[in-house]
Design a binder for this molecule. Structure first.
Ligand SMILES: NC(=O)c1ccc[n+]([C@@H]2O[C@H](COP(=O)([O-])OP(=O)(O)OC[C@H]3O[C@@H](n4cnc5c(N)ncnc54)[C@H](OP(=O)(O)O)[C@@H]3O)[C@@H](O)[C@H]2O)c1
Length: 349
């Protein structure tokens, strides 16, 4: 065994506004030992996702909050170090929900075996996993972009948004991304193949969006809310669809990020233009479609039709800072923490 202890990052306090370093605490405990019928999993990659901000709060939500002193939740890609669970051999890579820690004990419930030699194990946390699935279902089942229509996607270079834009392009629609900064916008157009991409920090976002969408907007894939939604609303066409995936601008409760629109103005626009807005929580609403998604995405990915960018931060101890950065747009691509770097290096050989 290479380590005698397990490091875990727990919630020290509930953030007021944006999370700060003191809201997290690193603890160390003896390495847990698996009992009969259990296995020991070593975290290699930890996924950092915006929903974790919701779990740090005790406001009512679709999932229970992390308790004070409780382990921060999160999806992980791990390797099996000891196993007494049928179907899981030492050395197998697995996808599970082990949270922000080095090791976890599992009886195999809810654990997906990725096999002994997956080509890119961390991709199960991104394009081939939850974020990719969210993009796929939200765009195709709720957005349903039709020939000749214009799709706008917010947070266009992120884990979800980058896949939304590329699927819409695969369907041959006009796609306009919105992202934070020149470099992300360049990437969205030159690498992901979007028709245009606009910086949401531009003071002229409304005018620039109108120019980029001369026929209006038919599908707005909402990841952000706030000022981005304000720019989109006036341009929505009759019978437009809004897959309401996330409103990250609001997660820290920052008043400056709030939409400037009045609710009555939003409601009357939705009514007059017969716009359909549908919120969804991916695994609550679409779990039974995961196999269909995996098959299709693997096919597109292997054919080189979908590009994927990871932003890998090394070291569990750096997870809090990386997570705080995610809520400010500092990540460029799917944010993942490389927790066990030596095992990680092995996976790339
Ligand atoms: N409904 C579901 O089941 C489900 C599942 C997965 C994800 N989601 C939601 O999907 C959205 C994207 O998640 P992701 O995992 O793909 O994250 P991501 O896009 O990889 O990273 C978050 C991005 O959000 C943007 N952002 C952060 N704060 C912002 C602000 N105040 N204003 C504008 N943009 C801001 C930043 O991009 P820029 O630098 O480009 O602004 C940042 O890089 C989130 O809202 C998340 O909650 C929902």
């Amino acid at each position: 065994m290479s380590k005698a202890t397990n490091r875990r990052i727990v919630l020290a306090s509930r953030p007021v506004g944006a999370p700060v370093a003191s809201d997290f605490r690193m603890e160390t405990e003896p390495l847990p030992s698996p009992n009969e019928g259990q296995m020991l999993l070593r975290t290699v990659y930890l996924s950092l996702d915006p929903y974790m901000r919701g779990r740090m709060s005790d406001a009512p939500s679709y999932a229970p909050p992390v308790s004070i002193g409780g382990l921060m939740v999160g999806a992980t890609v791990s390797r099996v170090e000891i196993s007494d669970v049928p179907g899981f051999a030492v050395g197998d890579w697995v996808l599970s929900q082990n949270g922000w820690q080095d090791y976890a004990i599992s009886d195999g419930s809810g654990v997906l075996n990725l096999g002994a030699h997956p080509a890119r194990p961390s991709y199960a946390l991104g394009v081939l996993g939850m974020p990719g699935f969210t993009a796929y279902m939200g765009l195709l089942d709720i957005g349903q972009p039709q020939p000749g229509e214009t799709v706008v996607v917010a947070a266009a270079t992120g884990a979800v948004g980058s896949v939304v834009g590329q699927i819409a392009k695969l369907k041959d629609r006009r796609v306009v991304g919105i992202a934070g900064g020149t470099e992300k916008c360049r990437y969205a157009v030159e690498e992901l193949g979007l028709d245009a991409c606009l910086d949401h920090r531009s003071r002229k976002l409304k005018e620039e969006l109108a120019e980029a969408c001369p026929k209006g907007i038919d599908v707005y894939y909402e990841n952000v809310g706030g000022v981005v939604f304000d720019a989109v609303l006036p341009l929505l066409n009759a019978r437009a669809r809004i897959p309401l995936c996330g409103v990250i601008a609001n997660y820290n409760g920052d008043p400056a990020a709030e939409s400037k629109l009045r609710i009555s103005q939003v409601m009357s626009t939705l009514l007059r233009r017969r716009i359909r807005v549908q919120g969804f929580i991916i695994f609550e609403d679409y779990r039974s479609h995961f196999g269909e998604f995996q098959k299709q995405m693997k096919e597109w990915f292997e054919a080189g039709k979908i590009k994927y960018r990871e932003d890998i931060v090394s070291g569990l101890e750096n997870a809090p800072e990386a997570f705080m950065g995610l809520l400010q747009g500092k990540n460029f691509g799917k944010l993942v923490v490389g927790v066990a770097t030596e095992t990680w290096a092995e996976s790339r050989n």
